[in-house]
Design a protein around this ligand. Sequence first.
Ligand code: PMP
Ligand code: GLU
Length: 395
Amino acid sequence: MSNHLSDRIQNRSTSATLAMAAKARELRNEGKDIIGLSLGEPDFNIPDFIKEAAKKAIDENYSSYTPVDGYPELKKAITLKFKRDNGLDYGPNQIVVSTGAKQSLYNVAMVVLNPGDEVILPAPYWVSYSDIVKLAEGVPVEVPTGIETDFKMTPEQLEAAITPKTRMFWFSSPCNPSGSVYSKAELEGLAEVLKKYPDIYVVSDEIYEHINFTKGGHVSIAGIDGMYDRTVTVNGVSKAFAMTGWRIGYIGAPEWIAKGCNKLQGQVTSGANSIAQRAVITALEAPVSKIQYMIDEFHKRRDLVLELLGEIDGFKLNVPEGAFYVFPDISAFFGKTLKGTTINSAEDFALYLLEHANVATVTGEAFGNPNCIRISYAASEKELREAIARIKAVV
Ligand code: PMP
Ligand code: GLU
């Protein structure tokens, strides 16, 4: 019996963020007191007004299949949100609602890429980009950026990575895992390069748009001159509304891409969950002021974590301006032996912290940067203080 997995899945990595979270859960079940700072998941409850909308949707019997690309009322709420928050005009035929932004990204890769097409990924990048591109038989082209440039790609780096096979450029701002936020001027710099190559499409992953501590605020690259027709703007409700498990993400895209995603989704999921979609109408119609308390709390925690980690020798930090991660360079520990364990990589270091400090983090290797680890500060102040004290004690 040939019961082996297809090459397609066998050759892919397991999501490192989800794997570390599973490991932390397993150790906790064994009775270990693990503090989980591995998963990018807000620790807040979903705001009550959104829960009420979901309960109402159940009572009103929203239980049938929905249109594949989402309820018209939800697509309308998304078009209004794009206009209100991003100054972008998307019509309903340019919107597709999916089962999380992760599926939105997968859909786009599947409908735009042909085998061998190259996708430029400024590294560090979000953990799943590379494997999603590979699942679509594309070729990820990683372009390393360092802590000195705040982990941001320069126009020169972008241009140097472009080849005749380049089909797409994917990035997130605010960035998971570095927390970096591209300013309008920086995006204009990248757009200047892209304008010379009209066949390159952009995926702008804006799922952290509201968790942004800069004065300039969030800027969508689709709003920059010349970029609208070649940008897919990806967003979702997992982060800003603490709705990770509800699994709703969406895109605003050129119509031909939206059409392709709709066709793909019709064969794969039939559309996103009906009750979650109804609740998200309410979430997106609400003013951002309704979720400001969570954003303010993340900002406070960011400052706390930077202060406490800054006291540990060997942790080199930039100042993340958004999302809820810090991405310290810990390469100063490479070659050192701590409590009998020799640290040769970021993975060794993350495993060392898990074993000796009972703190779960994620190795930077999974995000395309072998010198860093990612620490999520989507945890309570008490947990963060305790976790960092434990880390300090073992290094
Ligand atoms: N993009 C980025 C940058 C993320 O951090 C995440 C993590 N959740 C996603 C996309 C996927 O989000 P969702 O929960 O909507 O699938
Ligand atoms: N995006 C989150 C993270 O980076 C959740 C995990 C995942 O979706 O992979 O931790």
